[in-house]
Design a binder for this molecule. Structure first.
Ligand SMILES: Cc1cc2nc3c(=O)[nH]c(=O)nc-3n(C[C@H](O)[C@H](O)[C@H](O)COP(=O)(O)O)c2cc1C
Length: 373
Protein backbone atom coordinates (compact mmCIF):
# COMPACT_ATOMS: atom_id res chain seq x y z
CA UNK A 1 0.00 0.00 0.00
CA UNK A 2 1.60 3.33 -0.94
CA UNK A 3 1.63 5.88 1.91
CA UNK A 4 2.09 9.62 1.41
CA UNK A 5 5.04 9.47 3.81
CA UNK A 6 6.77 6.91 1.59
CA UNK A 7 7.01 9.54 -1.14
CA UNK A 8 7.93 12.37 1.19
CA UNK A 9 10.56 10.80 3.46
CA UNK A 10 10.97 7.24 2.20
CA UNK A 11 9.32 5.47 5.16
CA UNK A 12 7.79 2.17 4.00
CA UNK A 13 5.37 2.20 6.93
CA UNK A 14 4.53 5.67 8.37
CA UNK A 15 5.48 4.86 11.96
CA UNK A 16 7.84 7.57 13.21
CA UNK A 17 9.95 6.76 16.26
CA UNK A 18 11.53 9.57 18.27
CA UNK A 19 14.43 8.34 20.39
CA UNK A 20 17.63 9.62 21.97
CA UNK A 21 19.17 6.25 21.27
CA UNK A 22 20.89 5.55 17.94
CA UNK A 23 20.24 1.80 18.22
CA UNK A 24 16.47 2.39 18.36
CA UNK A 25 16.60 4.83 15.43
CA UNK A 26 18.51 2.38 13.22
CA UNK A 27 16.42 -0.64 14.28
CA UNK A 28 13.11 1.11 13.57
CA UNK A 29 14.22 2.34 10.15
CA UNK A 30 15.62 -1.08 9.23
CA UNK A 31 12.25 -2.62 10.17
CA UNK A 32 10.41 -0.30 7.74
CA UNK A 33 9.46 2.53 10.12
CA UNK A 34 11.26 5.87 10.40
CA UNK A 35 13.67 6.57 13.26
CA UNK A 36 14.32 10.14 14.42
CA UNK A 37 17.31 10.84 16.65
CA UNK A 38 16.69 13.40 19.40
CA UNK A 39 19.73 15.54 18.66
CA UNK A 40 19.50 18.01 21.52
CA UNK A 41 21.01 15.68 24.09
CA UNK A 42 24.34 15.73 22.24
CA UNK A 43 27.22 18.10 21.72
CA UNK A 44 28.07 18.79 18.05
CA UNK A 45 31.03 16.41 18.40
CA UNK A 46 29.01 13.56 19.93
CA UNK A 47 26.16 14.09 17.46
CA UNK A 48 28.66 13.57 14.62
CA UNK A 49 29.65 10.21 16.15
CA UNK A 50 26.01 9.14 16.61
CA UNK A 51 25.02 10.03 13.04
CA UNK A 52 28.06 8.30 11.58
CA UNK A 53 27.09 5.20 13.55
CA UNK A 54 23.52 5.39 12.25
CA UNK A 55 24.76 5.79 8.67
CA UNK A 56 26.77 2.59 9.11
CA UNK A 57 23.94 0.59 10.70
CA UNK A 58 20.75 1.73 8.98
CA UNK A 59 21.25 -0.31 5.76
CA UNK A 60 20.49 2.72 3.58
CA UNK A 61 17.02 3.15 5.11
CA UNK A 62 15.78 6.69 5.83
CA UNK A 63 16.06 8.42 9.20
CA UNK A 64 15.75 11.93 10.61
CA UNK A 65 16.92 14.20 13.43
CA UNK A 66 15.07 16.41 15.87
CA UNK A 67 16.21 19.52 17.71
CA UNK A 68 14.70 21.60 20.46
CA UNK A 69 15.24 25.23 19.55
CA UNK A 70 12.47 26.94 21.53
CA UNK A 71 10.84 30.07 20.20
CA UNK A 72 10.59 31.37 23.75
CA UNK A 73 13.21 30.86 26.43
CA UNK A 74 15.08 33.01 28.92
CA UNK A 75 18.30 34.07 27.17
CA UNK A 76 19.29 36.57 29.86
CA UNK A 77 22.66 34.87 30.42
CA UNK A 78 23.65 35.04 26.74
CA UNK A 79 26.02 32.21 25.90
CA UNK A 80 28.37 32.80 28.82
CA UNK A 81 28.12 29.62 30.89
CA UNK A 82 29.21 31.28 34.16
CA UNK A 83 26.61 34.02 33.74
CA UNK A 84 23.88 31.47 33.05
CA UNK A 85 24.86 29.39 36.08
CA UNK A 86 24.94 32.50 38.32
CA UNK A 87 21.23 33.02 37.58
CA UNK A 88 20.25 29.78 39.32
CA UNK A 89 19.39 30.89 42.89
CA UNK A 90 20.95 29.20 45.91
CA UNK A 91 17.52 28.38 47.35
CA UNK A 92 16.74 26.28 44.27
CA UNK A 93 20.05 24.43 44.56
CA UNK A 94 19.41 23.80 48.27
CA UNK A 95 15.89 22.58 47.53
CA UNK A 96 17.22 19.96 45.10
CA UNK A 97 19.91 18.80 47.53
CA UNK A 98 17.31 18.56 50.28
CA UNK A 99 15.03 16.32 48.19
CA UNK A 100 17.98 14.11 47.29
CA UNK A 101 19.05 13.83 50.95
CA UNK A 102 15.53 12.72 51.91
CA UNK A 103 15.70 9.95 49.32
CA UNK A 104 19.26 8.84 50.19
CA UNK A 105 20.70 10.02 46.86
CA UNK A 106 24.23 11.37 47.19
CA UNK A 107 25.26 14.28 44.99
CA UNK A 108 28.23 16.55 45.66
CA UNK A 109 26.84 20.12 46.04
CA UNK A 110 29.55 21.21 43.59
CA UNK A 111 27.87 19.02 40.93
CA UNK A 112 24.29 20.13 41.47
CA UNK A 113 24.25 22.19 38.25
CA UNK A 114 24.88 20.75 34.80
CA UNK A 115 27.77 22.93 33.66
CA UNK A 116 27.29 22.46 29.94
CA UNK A 117 25.94 25.14 27.62
CA UNK A 118 22.25 24.33 27.20
CA UNK A 119 21.57 22.62 23.84
CA UNK A 120 18.39 24.69 23.51
CA UNK A 121 20.43 27.90 22.97
CA UNK A 122 20.08 29.11 19.37
CA UNK A 123 23.88 29.15 18.81
CA UNK A 124 24.24 25.56 19.91
CA UNK A 125 21.22 24.63 17.79
CA UNK A 126 22.97 26.10 14.75
CA UNK A 127 26.11 24.03 15.36
CA UNK A 128 24.06 20.86 15.85
CA UNK A 129 22.16 21.56 12.64
CA UNK A 130 25.43 22.01 10.72
CA UNK A 131 26.43 18.49 11.80
CA UNK A 132 23.02 17.02 10.88
CA UNK A 133 23.09 18.41 7.34
CA UNK A 134 26.44 16.69 6.70
CA UNK A 135 24.53 13.36 6.89
CA UNK A 136 21.89 11.83 4.58
CA UNK A 137 18.97 12.79 6.84
CA UNK A 138 15.51 12.61 5.25
CA UNK A 139 13.72 14.79 7.84
CA UNK A 140 14.60 17.51 10.32
CA UNK A 141 12.17 18.35 13.13
CA UNK A 142 11.92 21.10 15.69
CA UNK A 143 10.07 21.15 19.00
CA UNK A 144 8.76 24.09 21.04
CA UNK A 145 7.72 26.55 18.41
CA UNK A 146 8.35 27.71 14.86
CA UNK A 147 11.76 26.40 13.71
CA UNK A 148 14.50 29.00 13.33
CA UNK A 149 14.54 30.58 9.86
CA UNK A 150 17.96 29.05 9.23
CA UNK A 151 16.57 25.53 9.76
CA UNK A 152 13.89 26.05 7.15
CA UNK A 153 16.31 27.66 4.67
CA UNK A 154 19.07 25.08 5.05
CA UNK A 155 16.57 22.22 4.83
CA UNK A 156 15.24 23.64 1.57
CA UNK A 157 18.79 23.84 0.15
CA UNK A 158 19.34 20.17 1.07
CA UNK A 159 15.89 19.03 -0.09
CA UNK A 160 15.05 17.82 3.43
CA UNK A 161 11.45 18.22 4.69
CA UNK A 162 11.03 20.15 7.96
CA UNK A 163 8.63 18.87 10.60
CA UNK A 164 7.36 20.79 13.61
CA UNK A 165 5.56 19.62 16.72
CA UNK A 166 2.37 21.46 17.65
CA UNK A 167 -0.04 21.12 20.54
CA UNK A 168 -2.74 23.57 19.45
CA UNK A 169 -4.39 24.49 16.15
CA UNK A 170 -3.24 28.13 16.39
CA UNK A 171 0.36 26.91 16.50
CA UNK A 172 -0.29 24.68 13.49
CA UNK A 173 -1.48 27.66 11.44
CA UNK A 174 1.65 29.67 12.34
CA UNK A 175 3.90 26.74 11.45
CA UNK A 176 2.28 26.31 8.04
CA UNK A 177 2.60 30.04 7.38
CA UNK A 178 6.28 29.83 8.35
CA UNK A 179 6.85 27.14 5.69
CA UNK A 180 7.10 23.77 7.48
CA UNK A 181 6.49 20.64 5.39
CA UNK A 182 5.07 18.22 7.97
CA UNK A 183 3.11 18.89 11.16
CA UNK A 184 3.23 16.62 14.15
CA UNK A 185 -0.03 17.18 16.03
CA UNK A 186 0.98 16.11 19.49
CA UNK A 187 -1.75 15.63 22.06
CA UNK A 188 -1.48 16.07 25.80
CA UNK A 189 -1.12 12.31 26.32
CA UNK A 190 2.44 12.52 24.96
CA UNK A 191 5.65 12.02 26.88
CA UNK A 192 7.83 15.14 26.91
CA UNK A 193 6.70 18.71 26.30
CA UNK A 194 3.02 18.86 25.53
CA UNK A 195 -0.05 21.06 25.51
CA UNK A 196 -3.50 20.47 26.96
CA UNK A 197 -5.55 19.12 24.05
CA UNK A 198 -6.03 15.38 23.57
CA UNK A 199 -4.76 13.69 20.41
CA UNK A 200 -8.32 12.63 19.51
CA UNK A 201 -9.41 16.28 19.35
CA UNK A 202 -6.16 17.89 18.19
CA UNK A 203 -5.54 15.82 15.05
CA UNK A 204 -8.84 16.60 13.25
CA UNK A 205 -8.77 20.16 14.60
CA UNK A 206 -5.31 20.80 13.12
CA UNK A 207 -6.23 19.18 9.80
CA UNK A 208 -9.28 21.40 9.55
CA UNK A 209 -7.45 24.58 10.59
CA UNK A 210 -4.66 24.28 8.02
CA UNK A 211 -6.77 23.02 5.10
CA UNK A 212 -7.57 26.51 3.73
CA UNK A 213 -3.90 27.57 3.87
CA UNK A 214 -1.78 24.81 2.29
CA UNK A 215 -1.97 20.99 2.11
CA UNK A 216 0.58 20.00 4.75
CA UNK A 217 0.58 16.37 5.92
CA UNK A 218 -0.17 15.82 9.60
CA UNK A 219 1.27 13.05 11.77
CA UNK A 220 -0.58 12.12 14.95
CA UNK A 221 1.36 11.95 18.22
CA UNK A 222 0.56 11.45 21.87
CA UNK A 223 -0.46 8.23 23.57
CA UNK A 224 0.04 6.02 20.50
CA UNK A 225 1.63 2.71 21.47
CA UNK A 226 -0.28 0.27 19.22
CA UNK A 227 -1.04 -0.25 15.53
CA UNK A 228 -4.77 -0.05 16.27
CA UNK A 229 -4.33 3.47 17.66
CA UNK A 230 -2.24 4.36 14.62
CA UNK A 231 -5.04 3.16 12.34
CA UNK A 232 -7.51 5.22 14.39
CA UNK A 233 -5.38 8.33 13.94
CA UNK A 234 -5.06 7.71 10.22
CA UNK A 235 -8.81 7.19 9.97
CA UNK A 236 -9.06 10.77 11.26
CA UNK A 237 -6.86 12.00 8.41
CA UNK A 238 -3.34 11.73 9.82
CA UNK A 239 -0.69 10.45 7.39
CA UNK A 240 1.09 8.43 10.05
CA UNK A 241 1.96 8.20 13.74
CA UNK A 242 4.83 9.92 15.55
CA UNK A 243 5.73 8.08 18.75
CA UNK A 244 8.17 8.37 21.66
CA UNK A 245 7.17 6.56 24.83
CA UNK A 246 6.80 3.09 23.32
CA UNK A 247 10.53 3.03 22.39
CA UNK A 248 11.71 3.79 25.92
CA UNK A 249 10.84 0.24 26.97
CA UNK A 250 12.68 -1.51 24.13
CA UNK A 251 15.75 -3.66 24.65
CA UNK A 252 17.89 -1.35 22.48
CA UNK A 253 16.92 1.82 24.36
CA UNK A 254 19.43 3.30 26.76
CA UNK A 255 16.62 4.09 29.22
CA UNK A 256 17.80 3.07 32.70
CA UNK A 257 16.67 -0.30 34.11
CA UNK A 258 14.79 1.64 36.78
CA UNK A 259 12.72 3.59 34.29
CA UNK A 260 12.07 0.53 32.11
CA UNK A 261 10.78 -1.29 35.21
CA UNK A 262 8.70 1.67 36.39
CA UNK A 263 7.13 1.97 32.91
CA UNK A 264 6.18 -1.73 32.89
CA UNK A 265 4.63 -1.39 36.37
CA UNK A 266 2.84 1.95 35.79
CA UNK A 267 -0.74 2.62 34.72
CA UNK A 268 -2.02 5.36 32.44
CA UNK A 269 -2.85 7.55 35.48
CA UNK A 270 0.74 7.55 36.73
CA UNK A 271 1.95 10.50 34.67
CA UNK A 272 1.90 14.21 35.45
CA UNK A 273 2.15 17.29 33.24
CA UNK A 274 4.49 19.54 35.15
CA UNK A 275 6.95 22.41 34.72
CA UNK A 276 9.17 20.96 37.43
CA UNK A 277 11.76 19.43 35.14
CA UNK A 278 12.45 21.83 32.28
CA UNK A 279 10.56 25.00 33.19
CA UNK A 280 7.95 24.28 30.49
CA UNK A 281 5.07 21.83 30.79
CA UNK A 282 6.16 18.29 29.99
CA UNK A 283 4.57 14.92 30.77
CA UNK A 284 6.56 12.72 33.10
CA UNK A 285 6.23 9.70 35.33
CA UNK A 286 4.66 11.02 38.54
CA UNK A 287 6.98 10.66 41.55
CA UNK A 288 7.64 12.36 44.90
CA UNK A 289 9.89 14.74 42.92
CA UNK A 290 6.76 16.47 41.62
CA UNK A 291 4.97 16.39 44.97
CA UNK A 292 7.92 18.23 46.54
CA UNK A 293 8.23 20.81 43.74
CA UNK A 294 4.47 21.40 43.55
CA UNK A 295 4.23 21.59 47.39
CA UNK A 296 4.01 24.64 49.70
CA UNK A 297 7.80 24.82 50.38
CA UNK A 298 8.77 24.79 46.71
CA UNK A 299 10.78 27.73 45.36
CA UNK A 300 8.91 27.22 42.05
CA UNK A 301 10.15 26.32 38.58
CA UNK A 302 12.88 28.37 36.93
CA UNK A 303 12.49 29.22 33.23
CA UNK A 304 14.11 27.19 30.46
CA UNK A 305 17.11 26.81 30.07
CA UNK A 306 17.89 27.24 33.80
CA UNK A 307 15.52 24.57 35.14
CA UNK A 308 16.93 21.63 33.14
CA UNK A 309 20.46 22.66 34.15
CA UNK A 310 19.34 22.36 37.77
CA UNK A 311 17.25 19.18 37.55
CA UNK A 312 19.27 17.02 35.16
CA UNK A 313 22.21 16.06 37.44
CA UNK A 314 19.88 15.31 40.37
CA UNK A 315 17.52 13.14 38.34
CA UNK A 316 20.33 11.29 36.54
CA UNK A 317 22.00 10.58 39.87
CA UNK A 318 18.65 9.37 41.24
CA UNK A 319 18.31 6.85 38.40
CA UNK A 320 21.87 5.66 38.97
CA UNK A 321 21.23 5.17 42.69
CA UNK A 322 17.99 3.34 41.92
CA UNK A 323 19.75 1.08 39.40
CA UNK A 324 22.21 0.17 42.17
CA UNK A 325 19.40 -0.99 44.44
CA UNK A 326 18.50 2.13 46.45
CA UNK A 327 14.74 1.62 47.05
CA UNK A 328 14.08 5.24 48.04
CA UNK A 329 15.80 6.49 44.91
CA UNK A 330 13.63 4.08 42.90
CA UNK A 331 10.55 5.77 44.34
CA UNK A 332 11.89 9.24 43.46
CA UNK A 333 13.03 8.36 39.92
CA UNK A 334 11.08 9.95 37.09
CA UNK A 335 11.43 10.41 33.33
CA UNK A 336 9.45 11.80 30.40
CA UNK A 337 6.72 9.30 29.56
CA UNK A 338 3.26 9.52 28.04
CA UNK A 339 -0.04 8.07 29.16
CA UNK A 340 0.49 5.13 26.80
CA UNK A 341 2.66 3.51 29.52
CA UNK A 342 -0.54 1.92 30.80
CA UNK A 343 -0.41 -0.41 27.78
CA UNK A 344 3.30 -1.25 27.99
CA UNK A 345 3.90 -4.34 30.15
CA UNK A 346 7.23 -5.69 29.00
CA UNK A 347 10.48 -4.90 27.21
CA UNK A 348 10.72 -5.98 23.56
CA UNK A 349 13.08 -5.32 20.67
CA UNK A 350 12.39 -2.19 18.60
CA UNK A 351 12.12 -4.30 15.42
CA UNK A 352 9.45 -6.50 17.00
CA UNK A 353 7.51 -3.41 18.13
CA UNK A 354 7.47 -2.16 14.50
CA UNK A 355 6.32 -5.60 13.34
CA UNK A 356 3.54 -5.68 15.96
CA UNK A 357 2.42 -2.19 14.89
CA UNK A 358 2.18 -3.36 11.27
CA UNK A 359 0.11 -6.42 12.19
CA UNK A 360 -2.23 -4.56 14.53
CA UNK A 361 -2.61 -1.72 12.02
CA UNK A 362 -3.69 -4.21 9.33
CA UNK A 363 -6.11 -5.94 11.75
CA UNK A 364 -7.65 -2.61 12.74
CA UNK A 365 -8.09 -1.53 9.12
CA UNK A 366 -9.68 -4.92 8.38
CA UNK A 367 -12.05 -4.47 11.32
CA UNK A 368 -13.19 -1.08 10.05
CA UNK A 369 -13.79 -2.41 6.54
CA UNK A 370 -15.62 -5.50 7.89
CA UNK A 371 -18.03 -3.22 9.76
CA UNK A 372 -19.04 -1.55 6.49
CA UNK A 373 -20.54 -4.81 5.12
C1 LIG B 1 11.77 10.73 26.75
C2 LIG B 1 11.18 11.65 25.73
C3 LIG B 1 11.92 12.75 25.31
C4 LIG B 1 11.40 13.58 24.32
N1 LIG B 1 12.18 14.60 23.85
C5 LIG B 1 11.78 15.27 22.74
C6 LIG B 1 12.66 16.17 22.09
O1 LIG B 1 13.80 16.38 22.51
N2 LIG B 1 12.22 16.77 20.96
C7 LIG B 1 10.96 16.51 20.45
O2 LIG B 1 10.60 17.04 19.39
N3 LIG B 1 10.11 15.69 21.06
C8 LIG B 1 10.49 15.05 22.18
N4 LIG B 1 9.65 14.16 22.77
C9 LIG B 1 8.29 13.98 22.22
C10 LIG B 1 8.28 12.96 21.09
O3 LIG B 1 8.90 13.51 19.94
C11 LIG B 1 6.85 12.55 20.72
O4 LIG B 1 6.16 13.64 20.16
C12 LIG B 1 6.05 12.02 21.87
O5 LIG B 1 6.82 11.09 22.59
C13 LIG B 1 4.77 11.34 21.35
O6 LIG B 1 3.95 10.90 22.38
P1 LIG B 1 4.12 9.47 23.11
O7 LIG B 1 5.27 9.66 24.04
O8 LIG B 1 2.85 9.28 23.81
O9 LIG B 1 4.42 8.47 22.05
C14 LIG B 1 10.12 13.34 23.79
C15 LIG B 1 9.37 12.26 24.25
C16 LIG B 1 9.88 11.42 25.21
C17 LIG B 1 9.05 10.25 25.68
Amino acid sequence: MPFAMTDLVGAEFPLFAFSHCRDVVAAVSRAGGFGILGGSSFTPESLEIELQWIDEHVDGKPYGVDFVVPEHQDLGGGIDLDKIVERIPQKHRDFVLDILARYDVKLDPADVINRRLPPTLPDIGERLMEVAFRHPIRLIANALGVPPRSMIERAKQHGVPVAALVGAKEHAVRQVQAGVDILVAQGTEAGGHCGEISTMVLVPEVIRAIAPIRPVPVLAAGGIVTGEQMAGAMAMGAQGAWTGTVWLATSEAETSETIKRKIAEAGSRDTIRSKMRTGKYSRQLHSPWHDAWEGPDSPGALPMPLMPMLTQPALTQTERAADSGNAKAYELATYWVGQGIGMIDDVRSAGSVVQQFKEDFATAMGNIIAQLD
